[in-house]
Ligand binder design. Structure first.
Ligand code: HEC
Length: 144
């Protein structure tokens, strides 16, 4: 199943599997609480926001990778969409690589990717605060 996702990749020149695996871990930990994911409903924070967080499986295709990167890095002012500029560019590009795969991704594919990402070493970064209460909790998203 994962092999099928990977082989459908458009990024022929880059090591997509690693990027997508890093990206899905980041997404599950930080984004799904607002945007939801295949089979994962929006969390409490996401449900309370206005304007509401869009379903990225529907809207990601409206943007090219550079635009997605810019949105994720800088956020969208006057909305709940945070800037993620405290994360490394590599991590943000990986998240973009994953978001680009969201349209059409099944619940099973998402679950398989999350599991593969955990097997790959899980979600971690050296430069961010882990106990910030405003950050979504990865356990919440992953242990549904
Ligand atoms: C606290 C809630 C919240 C979190 C966490 C969050 N977002 Fe958002 N996001 C939003 C909201 C709200 C909008 C819509 C803003 C608007 O209406 O312009 C948005 C918009 C976006 C958009 C533009 C989509 C569109 O249809 O225009 C992208 C792409 C996006 N977010 C990606 C991400 C990614 C990737 C992450 C994780 C790194 C993330 N978001 C985390 C709330 C959130």
């Amino acid at each position: 199943m994962i092999a099928r996702i990977m082989s459908a990749s458009q990024y022929s020149a880059t090591p997509v599997p690693a990027m997508v695996l890093i990206g899905v871990g980041h997404y599950a930990a930080h984004c799904a609480v607002c945007h939801g994911a295949p089979g994962v409903p929006k969390g409490d924070i996401g449900r309370g926001l206005y304007p509401p967080p869009p379903d990225l499986a529907k809207t990601a295709a409206l943007y090219n990778p550079a635009e997605l990167f810019w949105i994720v890095k800088h956020g969208i002012k006057m909305t709940g969409m945070p800037a993620w500029s405290d994360h490394s560019d590599e991590e943000l590009w990986a998240t973009v690589a994953f978001v680009e795969k969201l349209p059409g991704m099944s619940e099973q594919d998402y679950e398989a990717l999350v599991i593969a990402s955990m097997a790959h070493g899980g979600h971690h970064h050296a430069d961010t605060i882990h106990d910030d209460p405003t950050q979504p909790n990865s356990d919440h998203t992953l242990s549904r």
